[in-house]
Each structure stands twice: as C-alpha cells, then as structure tokens.
Design a binder for this molecule. Structure first.
Ligand code: SAM
Length: 173
C-alpha cells in the first residue's frame, strides 16, 4: 500500500529519546515512517531492520541507506531482536485524518493494532529482549492489554498534549 509518509512529530521525538538509551545489538523499527527511529538506532548498533506497511516509507528509508522492507506487522519478518521499537498508530478510527490515516489509526477502538503487534512480537524477542512502545490515553488500557498477554510493562515517560497524554512504555517478557 502507498500512502503519505508520517513526518516526525512530538511522539516521534519522545520515543527517540529512549531509542538512544536502549538500542543495542539487533534492532527492529516497526512502522518506520520517515526512518527517524531506525536512523537513531544506527548510531548505537549496525544491525537495524526497518519495516512499514507503507511502500513510500520503505522506499524513502532505503534511500537513506537503511535496510528496510514492506511488512504488515511481522508478516515479512522472521528474525528475533534485542529491541523492537514501535511508534504505533493509536487513534480510534473516527479520530483519524484522511490520507495519513494508516499512520494514525490503530483500529476501531485505537488499541487493536497495538494488541496484534504485542501478540506477535513475543516470538520475535531474543532472551532479555525489550520493546519500546508509544501509546496514548486514547489508545485504551494498554497496560492491562500488555499484562494480559504476559508482558511486564513500565511507563518511562508521559507527555501531555492538547487532548491526550502520550506515553512511552518499556515491555519485556
Ligand atoms: C505514528 S507513525 C510512526 C512513524 C515513525 N516510526 C516515527 O516514530 O515517527 C506509524 C507508522 O506505522 C506504520 N504502520 C501502520 N500500520 C502498520 C502495519 N500493520 N504494519 C507495519 N507498519 C504499519 C505507518 O505506515 C506509519 O509509518
């Protein structure tokens, strides 16, 4: 699928801070968009794979010299990683904004895509592997969803915006 590429916003920069802290060994940047997280991770390790469902994003990130491919969540990913990064689309469907909606909408209630991601991500973590995930107060109860799936989840930082609070979470099995 081809859509407008998500340019870095406040949520991207919030996550980037923690990519600098946790990127090591083998890293997967899920939903890479402009490639901001993959590019940051590459400052700390050489082994970074970026994926996105949006072909335009993959093309753009490849042009930056970053290994990138099209994948619907893990559909085209086989490996295991030490860090998986996901600035997930998290808005409920009615909140999204036309063309860019693939980058924003997390499903009917906002949390469906993140929940699917978390279900699949387990199989792609090395021992002691970690996930950095962005979610918002509009996403639903992500802490409960993660715990129900067997993850340990910790909120690293929350930022308040006009109509929501956006948090970056650290998850481990
Ligand atoms: C909020 S943007 C984040 C972009 C970038 N990582 C950042 O931090 O600025 C979400 C990204 O997830 C991608 N995406 C949406 N659904 C996806 C899916 N099912 N599989 C992979 N990527 C997906 C979108 O195309 C978009 O690039």
């Amino acid at each position: 699928m081809k859509a407008e590429v998500y340019e870095p916003r406040e949520d991207s920069y919030l996550l980037q801070k923690y990519v600098k802290k946790y990127a090591k060994c083998k890293v997967l940047d899920m939903g890479t968009g402009s490639g901001i997280q993959a590019q940051t991770a590459l400052e700390f390790t050489k082994d970074v794979l970026a994926v996105d469902i949006n072909e335009n994003a993959v093309e753009r990130v490849n042009k930056l010299g970053i290994k990138a491919k099209v994948s619907n969540l893990f559909s085209n990913v086989k490996d295991k990683f030490d860090l998986i990064i996901f600035n997930a689309p998290y808005l409920p469907e009615e909140e999204n904004e036309g063309e860019i909606s693939i980058a924003l909408s997390g499903g009917k209630q906002g949390h469906e895509l993140t929940e699917n991601f978390l279900k699949q991500a387990k199989k792609h973590l090395n021992p002691k592997g970690k996930i950095l995930l962005i979610a918002s107060t509009l996403t639903g109860d992500i802490e409960k969803i993660a715990k129900d799936l067997g993850y340990k989840i910790k909120c690293l930082e929350t930022e308040s915006f006009f109509f929501e609070k956006v948090s970056v979470y650290l998850l481990e099995i």
